[in-house]
Design a protein around this ligand. Structure first.
Ligand SMILES: C[S@@+](CC[C@H](N)C(=O)[O-])C[C@H]1O[C@@H](n2cnc3c(N)ncnc32)[C@H](O)[C@@H]1O
Length: 397
């Protein structure tokens, strides 16, 4: 009852080719996974062939034992790296498929009486829209979500030949996998080749129209990667640009006020007056402080996830704090100092008359210093994203 496109290198038979495709995806995904226990959410699981393949192995040793011998070193590594799958959750859009898949799992378990069994359930739900999932499905995977930051547990979303069907896009599933499940993704999926001609695109569009597939799902490799990056961008990374831009601009206008006496008169004529600059900077700072509060809340959440992903605050010998955690603390502390000092600065101005007050040179200089510290702290934040993967989706294959 397999229904995927198959991997035909070693066999001319359809069921074997379909199973081989699953094996290829598992191999690509799990090769570098060092966890001891696996939890799999199998989206678009069809009539349960992948469910049977994966859950049967719960009773025996591991899925790897049956991966066909390709003679490659990678294969040998996978085989020796045997781990049990203790939770399997399948999802498919078609109720009959979900019922059949569950029935096949139950029957296979009866045959396997006495063997130790992990959790294995199949649900009917729209994998493209995790917010619509029924409560029982959410309950079943809440355990996966709870333990997903445990380094001993590998949490995976498996999508075998299904995601190009998703209306309107794969993005909500990617976001859910990253933000709720903290899971990696392994998939067989379709993308456009670099040399797809306009005729092929036209034919594809027509096929999509006939089969009701979203044409927008057929993207280039680059666009696909961007989608994954977008899914990995948490709220903090999106929000933090607002206070950053607003507070730095407010202090930038302060700097301009300080610099006005040194700018040639014919240029000053085209610039806002000191009073206007004061008003602009006051209101921009007010907005910056408001968005800064949201950035602090989302920042605390993201920091806790980063620490979990790094495996804790301390090095393996428990003597020193990890360098990335130090960068994280410096980034947070400097930003908090800027935020609190800017709030005090704003309060002083408010008490002096609000937007109408013109700050003196000392205050303006403080503003410029705060803006500079904030730029430095933003650089630390950027380095956390690039070196520690803060806010990035986990690996995908
Ligand atoms: C080509 S079949 C692959 C089935 C299975 N993975 C296999 O290898 O045999 C695509 C599967 O994706 C499921 N599917 C399509 N859109 C879906 C959606 N939005 N949510 C859940 N499943 C979906 C279909 O019901 C079907 O079972």
């Amino acid at each position: 009852m397999w229904m995927n496109m198959g991997y035909w290198e070693h066999t001319p038979k359809f069921p074997e080719a379909c199973e081989s495709l699953l094996v290829e995806v598992l191999r690509a995904g799990l090769l570098k996974d060092k966890s001891q226990i696996l939890r799999i959410l199998d989206v678009g699981c069809g009539c349960g062939d992948s469910s049977l393949y994966l859950t049967r192995k719960i009773h025996t040793d591991s899925v790897y034992a049956s991966i066909r011998d390709s003679g490659s070193q990678a294969h040998a590594q996978v085989i020796t790296n045997q781990r049990p799958i203790d939770t399997y959750v399948g999802v498919t859009l078609v109720p009959e498929q979900a019922a059949l898949a569950q029935q096949r799992i139950n029957e296979s378990r009866k045959l396997d009486q006495g063997a130790e069994s992990g959790f294995a359930e199949v649900f009917c739900a729209d994998a493209a829209n995790p917010s619509s999932w029924p409560g029982e499905l959410k309950d079943s995977i809440s355990d996966m979500a709870d333990t997903s930051s445990d380094p001993k547990v590998g949490t995976w979303v498996l999508a075998l030949d299904t995601m190009y069907h998703y209306h309107p896009s794969r993005l909500p599933l990617f976001q859910y996998a990253n933000s709720t499940l903290n899971a990696s993704i392994m998939a067989f999926d379709l993308i456009l080749g670099p040399e797809t001609s306009w005729k092929q695109r036209f034919f594809l569009r027509f096929t999509c129209w006939l089969t009701r597939l979203p044409y927008g799902n057929f993207v280039s490799q680059e666009e696909y990667k961007n989608l994954l990056v977008r899914a990995g961008q948490p709220l903090h990374s999106a929000i933090v640009h607002w206070p950053l831009a607003l507070i730095i601009s407010a202090h930038g206008f302060d700097a301009l006020q300080l610099g006005l006496p040194f700018i040639p008169a014919h240029i000053v004529n085209y610039l806002p007056t000191t009073t206007e600059l004061s008003i602009i900077s006051y209101y921009i700072l007010s907005l910056g402080l408001l968005t800064g509060l949201a950035a602090v809340v989302t920042g605390i959440y993201q920091a806790s996830r980063l620490v979990a992903r790094l495996g804790g605050v301390y090095d393996a010998d428990k003597k020193a704090i990890k360098p990335k955690v130090k960068t994280l603390v410096a980034h947070a502390a400097l930003n908090d100092i800027v935020l609190l000092s800017s709030a005090a600065y704003w309060r002083t101005r408010r008490e002096a008359g609000g937007a109408a007050s013109v700050p003196d040179a000392t205050m303006l200089a403080v503003g410029v210093a705060l803006g500079s510290i904030q730029l430095f702290a933003a650089g630390l934040g950027r380095s956390l994203v690039s070196t520690a993967g803060a806010g990035k989706a986990k690996k995908s294959q």
